[in-house]
Design a protein. Structure first.
Length: 331
């Protein structure tokens, strides 16, 4: 694995966490609140990671907490073990984290097995197209990137389906995985959008094509950006219309609404494009990720950096070994 790919992998994981923590105090606030508080032309401002709204400065929310649980399950088991991952989610939810999506909470605390909880919830409520699977996708996207397009998109759908019964959430998470995979390889995820859209399930392709179109803007979105479509569309818009990690995440937070998740998804994409070195130190220094239900553990920058490196290295090694075994069988 090259150093540049490693730095992009670290950028995706840390970039998502930073966006999450930066956006959390502005959640459900008005458009432009971040720049009104921290005007870009008078910066940089050392107190942008200010906390508020129940969050300490630099504290990551459920978005990053769940992403870490995904990462640790994948690494411990050498791949996706749905029952184990769902069990970790349940343990976390039972510890009463500061924030948890209503639909995710219902699925995780309803007492049903891992392979029935989300489908039955969707069958009963008809609502499961929130951005809760999208928000935690940075770590799994890095882990499965070495498995190519089909492998990374399939893994995204399977992980999303643990908590979201609506295929719309699966497809959005699959697109996020693949765009990050392209960026990790040094490609431009924005220019890859048309090609990736062709891989979306036909029943959901048109809706994603709308929010990922070059001329789409978040303002006329027909749903709140807590839904999976405008959340992903807003993240791609923020990446498309800026030229740095910092500006992309700022643009995401300034959209208002579900600021922590839109910024987390944007941060994952922008971090994968620009690499971890592009993330301002004033944002990474106070960053921390508490893990309710897991012995009071708190991950900070060194732990997140190491985690991202393990995610990138382990799957790349597995893919290389599989390729070598395939070549040996052909000789």
């Amino acid at each position: 694995m090259t150093r540049s790919r490693l730095r992009r992998a670290q950028g995706a994981v840390i970039g998502s966490a930073v966006g999450d923590a930066l956006g959390a105090p502005f959640e459900f606030g008005p458009e432009g609140a971040f720049s009104a508080r921290f005007p870009p032309r008078s910066g940089p401002h050392e107190d942008e990671m200010r906390g508020g709204g129940g969050w300490d400065p630099g504290e990551a929310t459920d978005d990053t907490q769940m992403a870490v649980l995904v990462a640790e399950s994948l690494l411990e088991h050498g791949g996706l073990e749905p029952a184990d991952l769902f069990g970790r989610f349940q343990r976390w939810a039972a510890a009463e984290p500061k924030d948890i999506g209503l639909q995710t909470e219902d699925v995780l605390t309803g007492g049903l097995p891992w392979d029935q909880a989300a489908p039955i919830h969707f069958q009963v409520t008809g609502r499961a197209a929130g951005n809760g699977s999208l928000m935690r996708a940075a770590t799994s996207a890095v882990y499965f990137a070495a498995h190519g397009t089909e492998g990374t998109m399939d893994a995204a759908r399977r992980i999303a389906a643990l908590t979201h019964g609506d295929r719309a959430a699966w497809e959005g998470t699959a697109v996020q995985h693949e765009l990050i995979r392209r960026a990790l390889g040094g490609g431009d995820p924005v220019s890859a959008v048309p090609e990736v859209l062709a891989l979306v399930h036909p029943g959901h392709r048109e809706r994603y094509a709308t929010v990922l179109a070059p001329d789409w803007h978040p303002d006329p979105a027909t749903e709140f950006n807590g839904a999976v479509w405008p959340c992903l569309g807003s993240a791609v818009w923020a990446l498309r219309t800026t030229s740095s990690y910092e500006d992309a995440v700022r643009a995401a937070v300034d959209l208002g609404g579900d600021t922590d998740t839109v910024a987390a998804v944007t941060g994952a994409l922008a971090g994968a494009v620009y690499g971890v070195d592009a993330i301002p130190e004033r944002w990474t220094a106070p960053l921390h990720v508490p893990l309710p239900g897991f012995g009071g553990r708190v991950l900070r920058l060194p732990e997140l950096t190491a985690l991202a490196g393990r995610l990138a290295a382990q799957k790349a090694q597995e893919a290389q070994e599989a390729q070598e075994a395939q070549e040996a069988q052909g000789t």
